[in-house]
Design a binder for this molecule. Structure first.
Ligand code: UD2
Ligand code: MN
Length: 585
């Protein structure tokens, strides 16, 4: 009996130890203490064999909160499920005044619940995806300057409602010296009473969004920092897809897909089904197509050269190893390039996660006056270019020569960070990460193939004429203005650009044919520079304007003054055109 008792005691002790050890691995703190073996030993427990640890570590679970999803599906009301909403005439009294200070329909926002539902527009494969059970904790940081009350609160509420409670440690709203009275005590009181995980920090002076984010990051206590703009809405199960790549490698930054909350109607819809972030050489944010291997796995994160800026997750450890943001970046702009270049050049990587979606209000216009700081965007761009872009900085200066004389301030500290971390040259980034960027945005633009008037040879009194038309409207032929001794205002002046598209001079509208039928209209559409429906060639010998990869010829009906494309025909006279200036080199 004594032996039996001893045996039972021993085995129950073993069971308790095993359970305890398992729980410790489960609650492993990611970036702070990657080595929980050490933790287990320090409290006197011999850890499980390593093979079993790996099994526990790699366990994946379904993170969906089905109860919450069910509840949201049943919601009824204005703007629910991200449906477009409108104000009645009686509700429009403060429409204009609120629009002016926000750049969006804030009066409508006030009529929509701050905990409204949004449609689950993820790729349907996302619904079946599982993520690591063991994910790091999160601090969400939201800088704001004079954000509208209901859009700000909707941001915070969407995060709290759609995040697993044990992963979401806190939401920090960083008030960048707002002048709106509600941004201080009323906000603090509201948060304390209604949203215990959310708190506000009030900066004592206008600091700009970059230093506001830094202030939030310094106050944050979780493993991962998630930054959001102050007019966003997190969608279903948004957090696990952002966190898993970071759990697997802490030097990874992950961005959600950014959906569109329409500024007028608050409709929630997709922007597109994903693209890689990039820039042109004026530093406008641009996008590059997904790569063939990305398209094969539509629910998997894909590499992106540059983030949009406002919405991303990064481990606190990696963020601070990189020195955070450059504190010299003021107010707005450029920080998305700084952090993206730094991440890639200094040993990290950046992904977009298709199964994580967050809506964002792209304003109709920027409502904030310049706080008397001159060209802060230019100074920010120059700081980033001077520290990170090496010889490529000249391409920015070629297009923005005024930057050459701009004083970017002291850069020693930023350059020291680059040295200490042994970061790679910008050329490496261009050749390995943004390798297809120069095809679409060549640093040095080649010349145009031709420009000027396009005159028909079958009816030589007629020229191609845009008729001052706009997007989606057809172009035609009309009597040539030059015959009447007139120059016109560009409606008969076109450019065959190096992109191989035909542009209306002075506009970024291109000749586009989407109809495969005979006598298909030529319509105007914003230039995309990717050939396809906008692909044109001029055959100097035959005097043809050839459209498309399987080419048809530009042609017209002189009687009806219609312009169209049809199968090329050597004997047709109306398919011949004289292009005023052709560059033969
Ligand atoms: C985009 C980014 C934005 C930022 C910016 C370039 C997205 C969706 N948005 O412009 O996050 O990267 O490009 O810098 O990617 N704010 C302050 N203090 C200021 C000015 C702004 O706290 O002095 C806040 C503002 O309330 C908002 C955030 O910073 O929460 C971004 O400003 P924005 O919404 O005007 O920028 P956006 O979306 O046009
Ligand atoms: Mn924004």
């Amino acid at each position: 009996l004594k032996t039996l008792l001893k045996y039972i005691l021993l085995s129950s002790v073993t069971v308790v130890f095993t359970v305890l050890t398992y729980r410790i691995f489960k609650s492993k703190d990611f970036t702070r203490d990657r080595n929980s073996l050490g933790l287990a030993r320090s409290i006197g427990i011999e850890p499980l064999a390593p093979r079993e640890v790996i099994l526990v570590d790699n366990e994946k679970i379904d993170w969906h909160d089905y109860e919450q999803i069910e509840k949201e599906l049943k919601r009824l009301g204005r703007g629910e499920h991200g449906k477009p909403e409108f104000l009645s005439e009686q509700e429009k009294h403060d429409y204009d005044s609120l629009y002016k200070v926000n750049g969006f329909n804030a009066a409508l926002s006030d009529k929509i619940a701050i905990d409204r539902s949004v449609p689950d527009i993820r790729h349907k494969g996302c619904r079946a995806k599982k993520y690591l059970k063991n994910l790091p904790t999160v601090s969400v940081i939201v800088p704001f300057h004079n954000e509208h009350w209901t859009t700000l609160l909707r941001t915070a509420v969407s995060v709290v409602k759609r995040s697993p409670p044990h992963l979401l440690k806190e939401v920090i709203l960083v008030d960048d010296f707002s002048s709106k009275a509600f941004s201080k005590k009323p906000l603090d009181d509201y948060l304390a009473a209604n949203l215990t995980k959310v708190r506000a920090i009030h900066l004592p002076e206008r600091s700009g969004l970059i230093r506001a984010r830094l202030a939030g990051a310094r106050a944050a206590t979780a493993d991962v920092l998630v930054f959001l703009d102050s007019h966003t809405e997190a969608n279903v199960n948004w957090l696990p897809p952002l966190l898993e790549p970071i759990a697997q490698d802490y030097k990874t930054c992950v961005c959600p897909f950014i959906d569109v909350i329409q500024y007028e109607t608050f409709e929630y819809r997709a922007q597109d089904e994903g693209a890689r972030g990039a820039f042109d050489w004026e530093f406008f944010y641009k996008r590059l197509p997904l790569l063939p291997e990305d398209l094969k796995h539509p629910t998997e994160p894909f590499k992106s050269p540059v983030m949009a800026g406002g919405l991303f997750a990064i481990s606190a450890k990696f963020f601070w190893e990189l020195g955070g943001y450059d504190e010299g970046l003021d107010i707005w702009g450029g920080e998305q390039y700084e952090l993206s270049f730094k991440i890639w050049q200094c040993g990290g990587q950046m992904y977009d996660a298709p199964c994580s979606r967050v809506g964002h209000i792209y304003r109709k216009f920027a409502p904030f006056p310049n706080p008397g700081k001159g060209d802060f965007v230019g100074r920010n761009y120059k700081r980033v270019a001077e520290v990170w872009m090496d010889e490529y900085a000249q391409y920015l200066y070629m297009r923005r020569p005024q930057y050459k004389n701009l004083d970017p301030g002291d850069l020693t500290q930023q350059r020291a960070i680059r040295d200490q971390l042994h970061c790679k040259p910008f050329k490496w980034f261009m050749e390995n990460v943004a390798f297809d960027l120069p095809l679409k945005y060549p640093p040095v633009e080649p010349g145009d193939f031709g420009f000027g008037e396009i005159r028909n040879l079958g009816a030589p009194e007629l020229c191609v004429d845009s008729l001052f038309r706009e997007r989606d409207q057809a172009v035609a032929v009309a009597p040539c203005l030059s015959d009447a001794g007139r120059k016109g205002k560009g409606e008969q002046n076109f450019t065959l650009s190096w992109h191989k598209d035909l542009r209306v001079k002075g506009k970024s509208l291109c000749f586009d044919v989407s109809d495969p039928n005979d006598k298909a209209d030529v319509t105007l559409y914003p230039c995309h520079g990717s050939k396809g429906n906008q692909y044109w060639k001029y055959d100097v010998e035959k005097q043809w304007f050839l459209h498309g990869g399987n080419p048809r010829c530009l042609d017209c009906d002189p009687g009806q003054k219609r312009l169209y494309v049809r199968a090329c025909d050597e004997s047709s006279k109306t398919q011949k055109w004289r292009f005023e200036n052709v560059n033969l080199t």
